[in-house]
Structure formats: structure tokens, C-alpha cells
Write a protein that binds this ligand. Structure first.
Ligand SMILES: Cc1cc2nc3c(=O)[nH]c(=O)nc-3n(C[C@H](O)[C@H](O)[C@H](O)COP(=O)(O)O)c2cc1C
Length: 174
């Protein structure tokens, strides 16, 4: 098993405290590049992105979520969208968006940066579209707040494996 991938999956944490160090557009492009290599049904690649390094725009977006402190503190934002004109199956296209976002989060780790997937802001997705000058063709999936982690004290836990497995048919009993 690739230890590097396993480490990235397990060490990735939602990062909500950032230093003021700027994030380059080049880093954002590398993160998006990883996102677009995610699998999608029929390889339809329904995802679209907006990069936001503009502080004034960031403050406007921050006003639309109860996590405004995170949005304001992050040196960079990426809004992840589904292009509804490219979609073919709502469930499969949303699954593809999730795969895309996870690829992006793992690449953030690889770059030594940190990020949090922000979903609460979707309650105001129409206003986000207005700020980002996008029409209803584009459906907001998530806002990623990205920056250099101020610390790595984040803790997270998962329930044990056996809590999630419903049945196991065949195979060897350990
Ligand atoms: C669909 C989705 C929506 C989320 N929305 C928010 C959010 O609005 N605000 C936030 O602080 N974290 C949000 N998170 C991050 C989760 O809280 C976090 O992934 C979870 O607590 C596990 O922590 P970990 O990512 O460090 O393992 C979201 C995660 C997902 C997958």
C-alpha cells in the first residue's frame, strides 16, 4: 500500500486557523488540477471553479456564512461549482463533485497548506453567485478556505471500522 497516500488521507484535517502568508495563484491551479483528475460519470467533468484572492470580495462572501471568521482569515478561497449544463445524473454528478473536492483537499496537504470544506454557506448560494458574477447554470457545491495552517493541533476521530461494515460475505475470518 502506498504509505504516502495513506498518510495524506489520515493526516488531512480541516484547517480553520491560518497564518497571513499569501497563497499563490499557481498553488490554487495545482489544487484545481488535482480536482479535475477526479473520476466523473461518463467522464463528463461537470466541475467548475472560481479562485478568490481578492480581500474585498472575500469580506463580501464572508458575510454570507456563520463561518465568516474562517472565510475572512483564509488567504485564499476556491468556490467549487457544478455546471448544470454538463450534468447528466444528479446523484452521480454530486458524487463526482465530492471526489473532486477530496482530491483538492489532499493536494492542499501535499503543498504544506491547509483547508476546510465549507458547506454551510450553501444556504446563501444565490448571493454567492451574485458576488462571483455567475448565473444559475452554476450550482455551488463548496467553498474551500485555504492557507498556511497557524498550527496543527486539530484533532478528529472516526468510529472503528466494524461500526460501518453491515455485512461481510466470503473472505477469511481474521
Ligand atoms: C459536506 C461538508 C460540509 C462541511 N461544512 C463545513 C462548514 O460549513 N464549516 C466548517 O467549519 N466545517 C465544515 N466541514 C468540515 C467538517 O466539519 C469536517 O470535515 C469534520 O468535522 C471532520 O473533521 P476533519 O476534516 O478534520 O477530519 C464540512 C465538511 C463536509 C464534507
Amino acid at each position: 500500500m502506498d504509505q504516502y497516500i495513506q498518510a495524506a488521507i489520515k493526516n488531512r484535517r480541516s484547517i480553520r486557523d491560518f497564518t497571513e502568508e499569501p497563497v499563490s495563484l499557481d498553488s490554487l491551479h495545482r489544487i484545481i488540477q488535482a480536482g479535475i483528475w477526479a473520476p466523473s460519470g461518463l467522464n463528463n467533468q461537470p466541475w467548475r471553479f472560481v479562485t478568490i484572492l481578492d480581500r474585498a470580495m472575500q469580506r463580501e462572501i464572508a458575510a454570507l456564512t456563520k463561518y465568516s471568521h474562517i472565510v475572512k482569515a483564509a488567504p485564499a478561497l476556491i468556490a467549487v461549482y457544478l455546471d448544470q449544463e454538463k450534468m447528466y445524473d444528479p446523484v452521480k454528478d454530486h458524487q463526482a463533485a465530492g471526489a473532486c473536492i477530496q482530491n483538492m483537499l489532499l493536494t492542499v496537504e501535499e503543498l504544506g497548506l491547509g483547508a476546510v470544506w465549507l458547506g454551510q454557506i450553501l444556504t446563501n448560494k444565490e448571493q454567492v453567485n451574485n458576488i462571483l458574477q455567475l448565473d444559475v447554470q452554476y450550482d455551488l457545491m463548496a467553498l474551500l478556505a485555504i492557507g498556511r495552517p497557524a498550527h496543527r493541533n486539530q484533532k478528529s476521530r472516526r468510529q472503528p471500522l466494524e461500526d460501518f461494515i453491515l455485512h461481510e460475505f466470503g473472505g477469511n475470518t481474521p
